[in-house]
Write a protein that binds this ligand. Structure first.
Ligand code: ATP
Length: 354
């Protein structure tokens, strides 16, 4: 996989530079320019430049210690910037912090809840802080409670909440009042798969109807694919690639994946296995056998020019002859791209990537 190319990051920098020069930062929901943070000599965030479109959901990926939370903490006014700036509409993070903050919602990585309040009371508190008119608060709070699936826990004190419900409430607090930009730091970590899907649906509904832009960090590629239209992969505080998911797959992905499962009674038949191996090498020259286990063969088809449809049709035609129980063909996954970039992250106490 080719990873030294950062032309998309440079293009984004040029685009934002143009917007700044033309005084058009308000055409984006959020503009971040050369955002930098040093902790003593450690450069945790290194000149990040980015524009998040209105209504867009933008994903920030990176292994532990890449600089995602530090970025969010600066963009929410929780941490001083070493350099750079950000804009929401005409408001500058450096010059108009209070107005900037009025337009953002933040779901931090660690839930900041008031133990003695119930979920509903916390939502009332945040609704008032956000300036929602008193007559609309009851309805707004009830609506978000239902969307985020907290109906059965709304009257409980938050110190009695499970980890997943604390996460849901934190998310609801970030979303209430429909701020222009919402920062979500691993919003669904610790949430079960069913609730997670409900949250994705709620986020999509709120985003589409309110026009809010969402910037989220996640370690779930599935979540990123489900929610984000563009993403950036962060390594050592810098963006290493940036773009739409399909675009990044076609640019950095190389070839496709073929997983073949032999019929159960042929799984250990050496002749059948070697026939299959010869067949794959002949039809898809240069393919690499990544794994073989109990009649399951996992290939990386390295030739970019072979379309998935062609691989499908060849495998389908040979299904009986090769004694295949099943097979699967897929393009490069986002996870493969992520892992390739993430390999260059410096090793810190947080990252245990090897
Ligand atoms: N207050 C601080 N003082 C010194 N170093 C810090 C501080 N906060 C973060 N760092 C360092 O900055 C780097 C980036 O940390 P950050 O928490 O932003 O990473 P992250 O990408 O959010 O990781 P995770 O996925 O674990 O949340 C790390 O090396 C971390 O040790």
């Amino acid at each position: 996989m080719y990873v030294d190319q950062d032309v998309d990051v440079t293009q984004e920098q040029d685009r934002i530079e143009d917007l700044l020069q033309q005084g058009q930062v308000a055409s984006e929901a959020l503009v971040v320019t050369k955002l930098t943070k040093y902790f003593s000599t450690l450069c945790a965030v290194d000149r990040l430049t980015l524009g998040v479109h209105k209504k867009e959901c933008f994903g920030l990926l990176g292994i532990n210690g890449a600089g995602k939370t530090t970025t969010f903490r600066m963009l929410t006014g929780d941490l001083m910037l070493t350099d750079g700036n950000a804009y929401i509409g005409e408001y500058s993070l450096r010059q108009d912090l209070k107005s900037f903050q009025e337009h953002i919602g933040y779901c931090p990585q660690f839930d900041a809840l008031i133990d003695k309040l119930t979920g509903r009371e916390m939502l009332y508190l945040f609704a008032r802080l956000r300036g929602i008119p008193e007559t609309q608060i009851g309805h707004t709070v009830q609506e978000i409670i239902e969307m985020i699936d907290l109906q059965h826990h709304a009257e409980k004190r938050t110190d009695k909440y499970s980890g997943g419900n604390r996460r849901k409430l934190s998310l609801a607090l970030a979303l209430i009042g429909n701020p222009a930009v919402v920062f979500l730091d691993e919003p669904t970590s610790g949430i079960d798969p069913i609730a997670r899907r409900k949250i994705w649906t709620a986020l999509e509904t709120i985003r589409a109807s309110s026009g809010m832009a969402v910037v989220l960090t996640t370690h779930s590629m599935e979540e990123c694919e489900a929610l984000c239209s563009r993403l950036a992969i962060m390594v050592n505080g810098q963006f290493r690639c940036l773009g739409g998911i399909q675009y990044l797959k076609s640019k950095f992905g190389q070839g496709s994946t073929l997983i073949v499962k032999l019929e159960r009674d042929k799984a250990l038949d050496n002749n059948v296995v070697s026939n299959l191996q010869e067949f794959v090498q002949k039809e898809f020259p240069g393919s690499v056998l990544k794994d073989i286990h109990q009649g399951m063969l996992h290939y990386h088809i390295t030739d970019n020019s072979i379309p998935l449809s062609h691989i499908f049709s060849i495998m389908e035609d040979a299904r009986q002859k090769l004694h295949l129980e099943d097979y699967l063909v897929s393009d490069t996954t986002l996870e493969q791209i992520f892992l390739t970039f993430a390999k260059s992250q410096r090793i810190t106490a947080e990252s245990n990537f090897v």
